[in-house]
Design a protein around this ligand. Structure first.
Ligand SMILES: *Cc1c(COP(=O)(O)O)cnc(C)c1O
Length: 474
């Protein structure tokens, strides 16, 4: 490449670009410092493109426009809004539960002003932050007391460290779970400083196995909900209810890690029943741990409810300080828990339950409405069909329970390259201004409409894809 001054296009000086009207808009919106940096970067990119042999437009206007586009792209939130059409309602990678309007309002209010977070307004004395949810948790679960921490992993860590540090915790081999790669019960035990004593076998554990394992160093008996798998066939599990009398007789606390804590009988809403927190408390769990953002439908949190003397030991542990909730999540949690006082309106007000209870028929009708727009968006190389789908709750609740749903399936008409064509199409949906996330199964890209929380946005995204494709074809 001829890089002699005579061959080089007249790259403008940074100051000349900044004086252009297009740059003034960028300075107004993003500030002078960021705009100068973006103009420099755009000039450098133009220079590299020219050195690589490309024809470049080095007009002041063009550089200013490219710099503004760069600033806009950089300014978009990294935590993008997406449409969750995966069929997994509580998707950990997509942020789990959507909050209720009541919780959103509570968080917004708490953000703007000082709040009585740890302050008793009646006495003027210091208060406790967990008091904002303690009473509600007692009322809703029947437990004596409660603490709230960062997530359920933290709840388990705090419980084990407070009650079993330097001592033994007995768990069935059938319950040594790993969730999402990063939560492994044996690792949490090690971090909590307690020794894991495994009893029974993968498929069968008997009450006698627990009884025989109890020794002078035993501090706890623990039950863990097998959240993401099921041992089937020749199996035997000791229910918390059977384990509780043994724990009581040996004066050992029984800890029941439920994972996805549910506070209502799901069968009342047409879903498969899952053991509730109230039942776990009534079954004799001395401490019961569960998440705030799974079936409960609130913010990320870990809740421990149970015996007051044990909860006090958790609250006094210095780890609690490192694991505590901030005022925003406590506000969201309080507002979420209050919705449970009115079970009749719960399915309307709590988005998690609202999504889970959408009837399959209605979702198929909705799918039929979107089918023509989807067909136009994907173009003639793909076939679109309204299909029965199977949603799942996700985040470890009822792992094998499929909820009948409705959705749209896209398949590639051309057989040979069908796999890669679908992969590319899925990427095109993810590249939209609101990424649309489906799932590929059996050579089809499936969009399960159960998780669709905004129909207008889906309409707009289908139109965006259609015009991008038609524009590219033109
Ligand atoms: C999900 C789950 C956890 C971890 O809860 P997080 O709130 O994700 O930290 C722990 N135990 C069980 C049984 C679970 O299902």
């Amino acid at each position: 490449m001829d890089d002699s001054p005579s061959a080089r296009p007249p790259f403008p000086a940074v100051d000349r670009v900044l004086a252009a009207p297009q740059a003034a808009v960028a300075i107004e919106r993003y500030g002078r410092v960021a705009t100068v940096a973006a103009v420099r970067a755009s000039l450098a990119a133009a220079r590299s493109a020219w050195l690589a042999g490309a024809a470049v437009d080095v007009s002041v206007e063009r550089i200013a426009i490219v710099a503004t586009a760069r600033l806009e792209a950089d300014d978009a939130p990294s935590q993008r809004r997406v449409l969750n059409l995966t069929g997994t309602v509580l998707h950990t990678n997509l942020g789990r539960a959507l909050l209720s309007e009541e919780a959103i309002a509570a968080v917004t209010a708490a953000m703007r002003s000082p709040t009585a977070l740890e302050f008793d307004v009646a006495t003027g004395q210091r208060g406790e932050r967990d008091d904002h949810v303690r009473g509600l948790l007692r009322e809703l679960t029947g437990a004596e007391d409660a603490v709230a921490v960062n997530n359920n992993a933290a709840a388990v860590l705090l419980t084990l460290n407070s009650l079993s540090e330097g001592r033994e915790t007995i768990v069935s081999r059938g319950e040594l779970i790993e969730i999402g790669g990063s939560f492994r019960m044996p690792s949490i035990m090690a971090r909590a400083g307690c020794r894991l004593v495994e009893v029974g076998t993968t498929n069968r554990t008997h009450l006698a196995d627990y009884a025989e394992a109890i020794g002078p160093d035993t501090a706890l008996l623990m039950k863990v909900h097998p959240s993401n798998y099921r041992v089937e066939g020749f199996t035997k599990e000791v229910a918390a209810k059977e384990l509780a009398p043994l724990a009581r007789e040996r004066q050992l606390p029984l800890v029941d890690d439920l994972g996805s804590g549910v506070l209502v009988d799901l069968s009342a809403y047409g879903l498969q029943r899952e053991r509730t927190v109230q039942e776990a408390v009534a079954d004799g769990g001395d401490l019961v741990t569960f998440s705030g953002d799974k079936l409960l439908g609130g913010p990320q949190a870990g809740l421990v409810v149970g015996r007051a003397d044990l909860v006090k030991r958790l609250a006094k542990n210095h780890l609690k300080r490192a694991l505590r909730l901030d005022k925003l999540r406590l506000a969201a949690l309080e507002a979420t828990l209050k919705l449970y006082r009115d079970p009749d309106r719960l399915a309307r007000r709590l988005p998690t339950l609202a999504l889970l209870t959408r009837p399959a028929d209605a979702l198929k009708t909705l799918a039929a409405r979107f089918a023509p727009a989807l067909a136009r968006a994907v173009g003639p190389a793909f076939a679109v069909a309204v299909v029965d789908a199977e949603s799942q709750i996700g985040s470890g609740a009822l792992p094998l329970a499929a909820i009948p749903s409705g959705g749209l399936a896209v398949s590639a008409s051309e057989g040979k390259r069908a796999g890669s064509a679908l992969t590319e199409l899925a990427a095109a949906f993810r590249a939209l201004s609101v990424p649309v996330i489906g799932r590929i199964a059996d050579d089809r890209l499936i969009f399960d409409l159960r998780g669709l929380d905004d129909e207008a946005v889906f309409d707009a995204m289908l139109a965006e894809l259609a015009s991008a494709r038609e524009g590219a074809a033109a």
